[in-house]
Design a protein around this ligand. Structure first.
Ligand SMILES: [Zn+2]
Length: 224
């Protein structure tokens, strides 16, 4: 009759669990996830970066920078997960074609899926939760990138694993310009990639200069 008590046993173990000060970071090598990782590390967490290869147009450029940034910031080695799921299921321009504005770059359910994947990885490495580079300017753009979405995922992961599983949002109160300033201070801004269509040419990242992310990044740099 063990099977009927397993839930309660697992839940009690989960509730008694002591925090390990480890956290899985959804890491793309962009400004937001890099800044989130910096703040998480400054709060004393061991950062386990998770890079997801889902067939994004800027894959090669992102892969080039994530390892470099992780080493500079003293993160754990970057864990790479490859999934064809989104390419098989959706038609977003972000998946291998050129994306110019938010509507072309939207991949339905991407953040939800990635947070679940990060949660599974977090469970494997006994981390206290998952961290996402969500900040103020993200509001009202995509349904799966807002505070309440992420809080719902926190509940879902905790329920699924029968233990507290936090969703860390260290840059929740930041705006993009604040993050640019933070990365400039750390000397890391030029290592990050923002462009949806970034390519690698002769070992260097080349941005398109015309997508919404490039325009935003360039406008912030001009202000500086
Ligand atoms: Zn671009």
């Amino acid at each position: 009759m063990n099977i009927k008590t397993k839930f309660n046993e697992e839940l009690l173990i989960g509730l008694e669990r002591q925090p390990t000060k480890k956290a899985v970071l959804l890491f793309s090598g962009g400004i937001d996830s890099t800044a989130a990782g910096i703040l998480l590390k400054e709060k004393g967490y061991r950062v386990f970066p998770l890079f997801i290869d889902y067939g994004q147009s800027s894959l090669a450029a992102e892969q080039l920078v994530v390892n470099k940034i992780a080493i500079k910031l003293g993160f754990e080695p970057v864990r790479v997960i490859t999934t064809e799921l989104l390419k098989q299921l959706t038609k977003s321009n972000l998946l291998g074609k050129e994306a110019v504005d938010d509507s072309q770059a939207w991949v339905p359910g991407r953040n939800t899926l990635f947070m679940i994947i990060a949660g599974i990885f977090a469970k494997q490495v006994d981390a206290d939760g998952v961290c996402i580079g969500y900040m103020l300017d993200d509001n009202f753009v995509f349904g799966d990138n807002d505070y309440f979405h992420h809080k719902n995922v926190e509940q879902l992961l905790s329920k699924s694993f029968l233990q507290p599983m936090e969703v860390f949002m260290p840059i929740v109160s930041y705006r993009k310009k604040d993050l640019v300033t933070l990365l400039m201070e750390k000397g890391l801004l030029s290592d990050t990639v923002s462009c949806w269509n970034a390519k690698v040419v002769r070992g260097k990242v080349v941005s398109c200069g015309s997508c919404a992310n490039c325009l935003e990044r360039n406008s912030l740099l001009v202000v500086k």
